[in-house]
Design a protein around this ligand. Structure first.
Ligand code: ATP
Ligand code: BTN
Length: 258
């Protein structure tokens, strides 16, 4: 994978710009800086072969060893309708990945609310959406996504608080990273105009992991909520049978061990 092979693989897509790195700290950091440049274009891509300080939510570590994963950050300059649906961008990323894998490999993946994609109940990918703000409005959105492709991308169990896997381990065959990248971005272009609509939320909801199962939702500094997963609300929050809804933030959803 290099700048030229990526450019070629994405030649059918309206990419605003492309910055490829053999090794970088975090693609989200590069993308957040790029958002401050004056000629920044919508739908620009930062992608790296390796991240040395990849991160998840609340500064947790996201591991991206070399040659083994997709680590990308997409710059989106939201139109006004999208700024009202900012809480849906994480779902948009998850939906793009799940539907791309359905189309490419007829593979069924699930969305573990709020920001992970599971394959066979194990974490395949994580999404980290960050924004740069101009007063009350988001000037730009960075949609970061890490997808485990080869077995080497999966951290050792001691570094994990939820089981993880990679696409090649589950498919039991080699896959081409640039093909998956094209699939993800194509799916994102398809879903983006539907951001926040009933159709998009229904598609997100359809792929929800742990539906009808008992789960525990941990929230930083607040009491854990237990309940049965009922679905996703129109605003992208999670609906349990025991609580009105669980909003985003630093929340951790786990199957409940009773
Ligand atoms: P949740 O599972 O509820 O999303 P979390 O504790 O997993 O919360 P996140 O910020 O979503 O936190 O993800 C970061 C975590 O993901 C890390 O703390 C680590 O446990 C795990 N992790 C790190 N790198 C990878 C990877 N390449 N594949 C799978 N999991 C990873
Ligand atoms: C999570 O599960 O908490 C989200 C992980 C997001 C990882 C991706 S990899 C590309 C981008 N750059 C980062 O530093 N993080 C995101």
């Amino acid at each position: 994978m290099n700048q030229d092979t990526i450019q070629a693989a994405l030649s059918d897509l309206p990419l605003g710009g492309l910055r490829y790195f053999e090794q970088i700290g975090s693609t989200n950091d590069v993308a957040l800086e790029w958002l401050n440049e004056k000629d920044v274009q919508d739908f620009s891509l930062v992608i790296a072969n390796e991240q040395t300080t990849g991160r998840g939510r609340s500064g947790r570590i996201w591991q991206t060893p070399p040659d083994s994963a997709l680590a990308l950050s997409l710059l989106l300059l939201p139109i006004s309708r999208e700024t009202k649906n900012i809480s849906h961008f994480t779902g948009l990323g998850a939906l793009a990945l799940t539907t791309a894998l359905e189309d490419l490999y007829t593979l069924k993946t699930e969305i573990k609310w709020p920001n992970d994609v599971l394959l066979n109940k194990k974490k395949l990918a994580g999404i980290l959406v960050e924004a740069s703000w101009l007063g009350e409005s988001p000037k730009g959105i960075v949609l970061g996504m890490g997808v485990n492709i080869r077995a080497e991308s999966v951290p050792l169990p001691k570094a994990l608080n939820f089981p993880a896997t990679s696409l090649e381990e589950e498919l039991d065959k080699p896959v081409e990273r640039t093909r998956i990248l094209n699939g993800i971005l194509s799916a994102l272009l398809k879903w983006r105009p539907l951001l926040g609509t009933d159709e998009m939320v229904a598609a997100w909801d359809e792929r929800l992991a742990f539906r009808s199962e008992q789960v525990s939702v941990g929230r930083r500094g607040r009491q854990v909520i237990h309940g049965k997963v009922l679905g996703i609300n129109k605003d992208g929050s999670l609906r349990l049978d025991t609580a009105d809804s669980v909003l985003f933030g630093d929340v951790h959803l786990r199957p409940r061990r009773v």
